[in-house]
Design a binder for this molecule. Structure first.
Ligand SMILES: *Cc1c(COP(=O)(O)O)cnc(C)c1O
Length: 302
């Protein structure tokens, strides 16, 4: 991988997905997302493949795997490796297979806010390919094959032992924590289902969704978000600026309108509070807050 090579991913992701491509000297090439799931639209993928394409990175956004079967089929057809960005999908499943275990490589972040979070920075790559496992182990430790013998130019990406100790304990509680998130998401669905102004996130039939984020879609997103703040309810936006419109990636030459679905999501998505420790009363308060915020913002506009 190097200059002149291309790697396909989506524009509505955290910038780390694109940065990984850039750090290899390659160029990120974006494919728009499915309007229902906000993950890579597999039917737009083949048209993005060129003779310079070297890999495909689907992102399992919000805790829901991308539609991997058609993505893998396209990848196999063109002989391309698939690297899963599973940074939001610890414990999620695609047709019974855990996210990260479907492609050639799966990448996890243990940033404190993730479903499995350390107390500082950490991450991991999983693979069932021995050659890739050996190579990545080497790269994370300055390209060493043995102490002070460097096969490659690598990185200092060793996991801090303290973080590993925290993660080893927290891993045991991951499935339980994900179940709590799913319960909370179900409560949001029950309480918000009658609200025409709120489009609920789609749960794909193939997915075991672990709700890293519960992102609703709203017409007057920014007004709603401000009103929610005044009610003491903090909501997030994932993500306000798609990667192809970030100043850091101006050189790629993408214009507004290039990826309508990702851009629509950046303007209309609102992430409601969601973490395992939430209580039913708190979720109820958020749902009521959203009812007030959507009603008032619609009146404001009218
Ligand atoms: C958190 C995250 C990453 C990785 O972030 P780090 O800062 O490297 O831990 C990558 N992709 C997505 C989609 C993420 O949410």
């Amino acid at each position: 991988m190097g200059p002149g090579d291309e790697v396909i991913t989506v524009p509505n992701t955290f910038i780390a997905t694109a940065e990984a491509i850039s750090f290899c000297g390659a160029r990120p090439v974006f494919v728009d997302v499915d309007p229902e799931t906000c993950t890579l639209n597999p039917w737009l993928l083949p048209a993005a493949v060129t003779d310079r394409t070297r890999a495909i990175i689907p992102v399992h956004l919000y805790g829901q795997p991308a539609d991997m079967d058609p993505i893998m089929a396209t990848a196999r057809h063109y002989g391309l490796p698939v690297i899963e960005d599973a940074a939001q999908a610890h414990g999620a499943e695609y047709r019974g297979i855990r996210a990260g275990a479907i492609g050639d490589l799966g990448c996890f972040s243990f940033y404190p806010g993730k479903n499995l979070g350390a107390w500082g920075e950490a991450g991991a790559v999983v693979t069932s390919r021995r050659d890739l496992a050996d190579r990545i182990r080497m790269l994370r430790d300055h390209g060493q094959s043995s102490k002070y013998h460097h096969e490659r130019i690598g990185w200092n990406s060793r996991m801090d032992g303290l973080q590993a100790a925290v993660l080893e304990v927290k891993l045991k509680y991951l499935d339980e924590a994900n179940q709590a998130r799913r319960r909370h998401a179900a409560q949001y669905r029950r309480e918000l289902s009658g609200l025409a102004a709120v489009r609920l996130p789609e749960e794909a039939p193939y997915a075991h969704h672990i709700y890293h984020v519960f992102a609703v879609t709203l017409d007057h997103r920014d007004a709603c978000r401000e009103r929610m703040e005044t009610l003491g309810i903090h909501c997030g936006i994932h993500y306000p600026v798609p990667i192809h419109l970030q100043p850091a990636y101006r050189d790629l030459g993408y214009a507004e309108g290039a990826f309508p679905m990702a851009e629509h999501s950046s303007r209309h998505c609102l992430s409601l509070p969601l973490y395992p420790q939430l209580t039913p009363d708190q979720i109820d308060a958020v749902a009521r807050g959203l009812l007030i915020a959507t009603k008032e913002s619609a009146e404001l506009v009218a």
